[in-house]
Write a protein that binds this ligand. Structure first.
Ligand SMILES: [Mg+2]
Length: 162
């Protein structure tokens, strides 16, 4: 069961805008690492969806930290006070670890939020962060991601039967 545990998020969320930020702050988690494509914005977009802006502002105004960690190619994302790391190669954790280390951030403070099991959730769990899996914003995505979705469905069917 060890392998499967790393693939399971601590939490599933239908809609990112309902992320309970206060609960995290109250439990000492104030660093939020977001996936970008199909989590904060559409695939290959540069725009954070309007309905998530309030959530992000709330984190920043509560002195929380936001890191966007994407496997995608570098693009301009305009949001003040936010770190962005491109080509992260999740589920590998090297780049995220380096970023946390350079800022002296303990992983116990980290929540990682993303729409994919085999990249986001796995990376977050390997890091030792609290992981939240959100529903992808759209069905438009990278071909390789579509393939991984099939495996996600198989995994959940398998786990449901246990
Ligand atoms: Mg994504």
């Amino acid at each position: 069961m060890g392998v499967f545990r790393k693939l399971l998020p601590q939490e599933f969320l239908e809609d990112l805008s309902s992320l309970d930020v206060d609960r995290f702050f109250n439990s000492g988690r104030d660093v939020f690492i977001f996936d970008f494509d199909n989590t904060l914005g559409y695939w290959r977009s540069q725009k954070i969806e309007e309905r998530f802006q309030l959530l992000l502002k709330k984190i920043l105004s509560s002195n929380g930290k936001i890191i966007i960690a994407s496997n995608g190619k570098p693009r301009q994302i305009s949001l003040d006070g936010v770190d962005v790391i491109w080509r992260v190669r999740k589920p590998f954790t090297k780049k995220i670890k380096e970023s946390l280390l350079s800022q002296g951030i303990d992983v116990k403070r980290v929540v990682l939020i993303g729409d994919q099991i085999f990249t986001d959730v796995l990376a977050g769990n390997l890091l030792g962060a609290y992981t939240v899996k959100v529903k992808p914003l759209s069905k438009t995505e990278f071909f390789g991601t579509k393939v991984l979705r099939v495996f996600e469905r198989v995994l959940f069917l398998f786990l449901r039967k246990r």
